[in-house]
Design a protein around this ligand. Structure first.
Ligand code: DX5
Ligand code: ZN
Length: 239
């Protein structure tokens, strides 16, 4: 009989991964964009939601706001392009100050080409998908991206309710990325708050986007701090 200490054990979870926080500017007060960016200077990334009224039923803002945010802040600008055929505008967003650009697999016929183009522009490439799109749709490009974003609401609006099935989607993508040996950031966007941040991090997310949970109550700094402390031991430190 094998002594108990030598029995094969359950796979142990690896060391906790640091989690980046990316406040979404969509929820900030645009009359005070510079101050709002200052209030989140303790964040890791600033998330910039671009909507075209075609891919999603809402129009947000575009290049001039990104350029203004870039001038006002040294934060990494994480640009989420909710626009049809995003390849048409990648160069413009790169020149306006994006550090990373994330494109929707549903918005282009050529996701691989779009990802390649982002990298050719010297920027970090991200891919994302809507809650109703099978995860398999992004699998072929997982080895080619720096960020994979799980949408946990239907894109288009801030302040929506978190879709709980997203946790399982994060877990699956975490497994696929680990199998590939990929160090890509696994990001979640939509309805993220202090109530679900820890569960998402435990499922393997390494970057959380939050709009209303950061800017919606008592200011960006306090919102960010609340989110960070909800992550708890080992996960809440700045990534
Ligand atoms: C939704 C956007 C999100 C949005 C998140 O289409 O992609 O980034 O700003 O807002 P909250 O955190 O309020 O759900
Ligand atoms: Zn977003």
């Amino acid at each position: 009989m094998i002594p108990e200490t030598q029995l094969p054990s359950e796979p142990q979870p690896g060391p906790p991964r640091a989690v980046k926080l990316a406040p979404s500017l969509l929820a900030c007060d645009f009359t005070r964009l510079g101050e709002e960016l200052q209030s989140i200077r303790g964040a890791d990334w600033a998330h910039v939601d671009v909507m075209d009224g075609q891919f999603v039923p809402n129009i947000s803002f575009g290049l001039p706001i990104l350029a203004a945010a870039r001038r006002a802040s040294g934060l990494y600008m994480d640009v989420h392009l909710m626009i049809e055929s995003p390849e048409r505008y990648l160069r413009d967003f790169a020149e306006a100050g994006a550090d990373g650009m994330t494109v929707h697999v549903e918005a282009t016929r050529h996701i691989h080409r779009a990802v390649q183009l982002i990298r050719e522009l010297g920027k970090n490439a991200g891919v994302t998908l809507n809650p109703g799109t099978p995860l398999e749709a992004v699998r072929p490009v997982l080895g080619d991206v720096d960020t994979v974003l799980v949408m946990s609401v239907n894109p288009g609006f801030g302040g929506q309710k978190f879709l709980p099935q997203s946790v399982e989607r994060v877990r699956t993508l975490r497994r696929w990325l680990d199998e590939l040996g990929s160090a890509a950031t696994l990001q979640v966007d939509g309805g993220v708050s202090a109530a679900n941040a820890r569960a998402l991090a435990e499922a393997g997310a390494t970057c959380l986007v939050a709009g209303s949970a950061v800017f919606g109550q008592d200011g960006g700094a306090a919102g960010l701090e609340r989110l960070r402390s909800s992550l708890g031991a080992g996960l809440g430190e700045r990534a």
